[in-house]
Design a protein around this ligand. Structure first.
Ligand code: G3I
Length: 411
């Protein structure tokens, strides 16, 4: 691991949006286009650092690095006696100041996120990794329709607020997942159709987007609306409202918040294929008709050894439409127990996905769908498969960690 003496500090991606929301959001947009990211406000950055022991260590080392940077004459003095403060600072910067993934990603102008279930923050190992390795957060479940509006027009934001507060207090960006999805929708909504469903969907979007306005920078407005062959998925949404429901949802979200970015998100759309082309056509149509849409999320629930070869080309064709792209739910599963060969392949695959995002300017970043294999959704859905994340069930970093580190420019 290594030692950038001038790398940004961990966790310090940006300040909280409320108060300075419009300016910050405008900055974020400009930054996205230029490849630069807005600076965190210094006070926030320091508060974020003080949250963890690891960050404190980094702060000390960064201070040493600053000393080096501000004392070039002392360092250049050939006959300076050994053992000076400058020597100590230099040595510290050279030996101990390993960058975190968050530092490396921030230095490259990219988000590195994780799906958070707030209860797990009570575990020290989870908390330390969350605090130091990521600059971006998404709620794994807490902002979905069943969680935020369990009964009609009775909103429940406690769990979502926990995630938002963690993001704000740790200086991380916050992504919203998800406003409208056929799964994890409350039974009362699934029983509606026609104008009643459209009214309920619009009311839901308005209530949730208004609540998190100024905190969430981009929303998955619509999640998983298409089948693999590019047709619309049969769901209570599609069957109850017809083809217009996606446009209605995006217009409602824009009406609720004129500044937040609005995304469509799906899985198995990483390659150029019938499903991704259906979304491509929808985005092109929306752009042409002035329907608000700002970004496309590529979930990337991948299988080891199967990173699609057309991934970059696919991201680039969306970027050419004038939308941001983002890897939103990355994990790479394998048969369990994991073989060392598969873990090595997984490392290579993780690195490949990060390199793909780095290669596409419109790619905002990569979010990993959790921290530890202990809590991954994969084994519950695909029995006999798992080991899909970057830290194992005991929070030990897997080979994927170093591979991502290197892909992000760490040496
Ligand atoms: O909240 C209830 C709890 O009250 C109950 O006691 C418990 C009993 O099983 O279930 C809890 O709900 C679970 C929920 O997660 C919250 O923990 C559900 O059973 C469980 O099915 C649900 O799984 C989530 C899944 O979405 C639902 O489809 C996973 O955690 C979450 O990682 C997964 O995430 C999705 C993305 O949102 C969309 N893309 C695919 C991705 C993976 O499936």
């Amino acid at each position: 691991m290594s030692h950038g003496s001038t790398a940004p500090l961990p966790g310090g991606r940006r300040g909280p949006l409320p108060g300075a929301r419009l300016g910050a959001l405008a900055g974020a947009r400009a930054g996205a286009r230029s490849g630069a990211r807005p600076e965190a406000q210094p006070g926030t950055r320091h508060r974020a650092l003080l949250r963890s022991t690891a960050a404190l260590g980094a702060l000390a080392l960064a201070g040493a690095a600053a000393l080096v940077a501000t004392a070039p004459l002392a360092l250049a003095t050939a006959d300076e006696p050994a053992g000076t403060a400058a020597d100590a600072a230099d040595a510290a910067a050279d030996t101990d100041a390993a960058d975190t993934l968050a530092q490396l990603a921030s230095a490259r102008g990219k988000d590195i996120g994780f799906a958070l279930t707030a209860n797990y923050l009570n575990e020290t190992a989870y908390r330390n990794i969350a605090d130091t390795e990521f600059n971006f957060v998404v709620a794994e479940n807490a902002m979905k329709w069943d969680a935020t509006e369990p009964q009609p027009n009775q909103f429940s934001f406690g769990a979502g607020d926990q995630v938002a507060q963690y993001a704000a207090s740790s200086g991380k960006g916050l992504y919203g997942h998800t406003l409208v999805w056929h799964a994890q929708a409350p039974g009362w909504a699934q029983s509606l159709s026609g104008a009643a469903l459209e009214g309920a969907m619009t009311n839901h979007i308005t209530g949730v987007v208004n609540h998190f306005e100024g905190q969430v920078e981009a929303w998955d407005v619509v999640n998983e609306a298409f089948n693999d062959d590019g047709s619309r998925r049969s769901s209570f949404l599609q069957n109850g409202m017809g083809n217009g429901w996606i446009e209605t949802a995006f217009r409602a979200a824009r009406a609720a918040d004129p500044n937040v970015k609005l995304c469509i998100n799906d899985y198995s759309v990483e390659s150029v294929n019938a499903k991704s082309t259906a979304i491509y056509n929808l985005v092109a149509d929306f752009k042409q008709r002035g329907v608000p849409i700002d970004c496309v999320g590529f979930q990337s629930h991948l299988i080891v050894g199967q990173v699609p070869s057309s991934f970059q080309q696919n991201l680039e064709r969306f970027a050419a439409l004038g939308v941001d792209v983002r890897i939103t739910e990355l994990d790479i599963r394998m048969s369990t127990p994991a073989s060392s060969g598969n873990l090595q392949q997984q490392a290579s695959d993780y690195a490949s996905v990060f390199r793909t995002c780095l290669a596409v300017q419109a790619c905002q970043g990569v979010t990993i769908w959790g921290i530890t294999d202990r809590y991954s959704w994969v084994p519950g859905t695909f029995p006999g498969q798992g080991a899909a994340l970057v830290w194992d069930e005991n929070y030990a970093p897997k080979p994927a960690y170093n591979a991502i580190y290197t892909a992000l420019g760490g040496a």
